[in-house]
Write a protein that binds this ligand. Structure first.
Ligand code: FPP
Length: 224
């Protein structure tokens, strides 16, 4: 039976969920943040899941209208405050990937504080990808190696990435079947799952069914 040690999710469909209810797209993101809590608690209490990595804001999402970008930034700030208890209660360790240097010193400090406060969490490593894109991550990793004159090998490049751990199961909600610049290096042998369910409608029950399917897949990693 496969263990989905590292589960990664592209949380798509917030905008369509809100539109279908005649609401502003931001309502979909708000509901999406609540679903993050449900799924994180589920993952923390699932014996097979050690890591959950969620795509919250991509390097391409800056192209969205300023009002939506500003809302997502504020939502992240609120999330860091409101979810502190969820992390501590469930022994979850908070982590991020992506280039945080563009954010305000206040937001960076808040992120760093939550990482410190949850550093002892041992049931789940919970990573939010924020201002993340795989091209940017791989480029920054190569630049780090070049600056320290480290020979580029698969191992050294992997270690220099924001996320050095391979993904076992990569799931995208919302019906589209693409990777959108998410964890391209780490997903090289991930099992890919796509569901039409919009992220705000996604439930722990559906994730449970996906994990059961995943458990039965024969993973060969290029072997036979
Ligand atoms: C994709 O839906 C979702 C995003 C780009 C943002 C993901 C954000 C959340 C789930 C909540 C925010 C959480 C934090 C912690 C800030 P979409 O807007 O592309 O939906 P659409 O495809 O229906 O338009």
């Amino acid at each position: 039976m496969n263990k989905a040690q590292h589960l990664a999710i592209i949380m798509d469909g917030n905008g369509r969920w809100a539109k279908a209810r005649g609401q502003n797209r931001t309502k979909g993101h708000e509901k999406g943040a609540e679903v993050i809590r449900t799924i994180s608690e589920y993952a923390a209490n699932h014996p097979q899941i050690a890591q959950l990595t969620l795509y919250a804001f991509s390097t391409e999402n800056w192209k969205r209208p300023k009002t939506e970008v500003d809302f997502l930034m504020k939502l992240l700030e609120r999330y860091l405050d409101s979810e502190r208890d969820t992390y501590l209660k469930n022994s979850i360790r908070f982590n991020t990937i992506g280039d945080l240097s563009v954010f305000s010193p206040k937001l960076q400090a808040k992120i760093a504080q939550l990482k410190t406060d949850t550093a002892h969490g041992e049931k789940l490593l919970h990573t939010l990808a924020f201002n993340y894109g795989a091209h940017d991550e791989i480029t920054r990793a190569a630049q780090k190696l070049q600056a320290s004159q480290t020979p580029i090998t698969v191992e050294s490049l992997t270690a220099a990435l924001d996320m050095p751990t391979p993904v076992d199961l990569l799931l995208r909600t919302g019906g589209d079947m693409r990777l959108s610049n998410f964890l391209l290096w780490q997903a090289s042998y991930a099992e890919l799952f796509f569901t039409p369910t919009l992220w705000p409608d996604f439930t722990a029950q559906e994730l449970d069914a996906i994990l059961s399917k995943f458990a039965g897949i024969e993973r060969r990693f290029g072997g036979i």
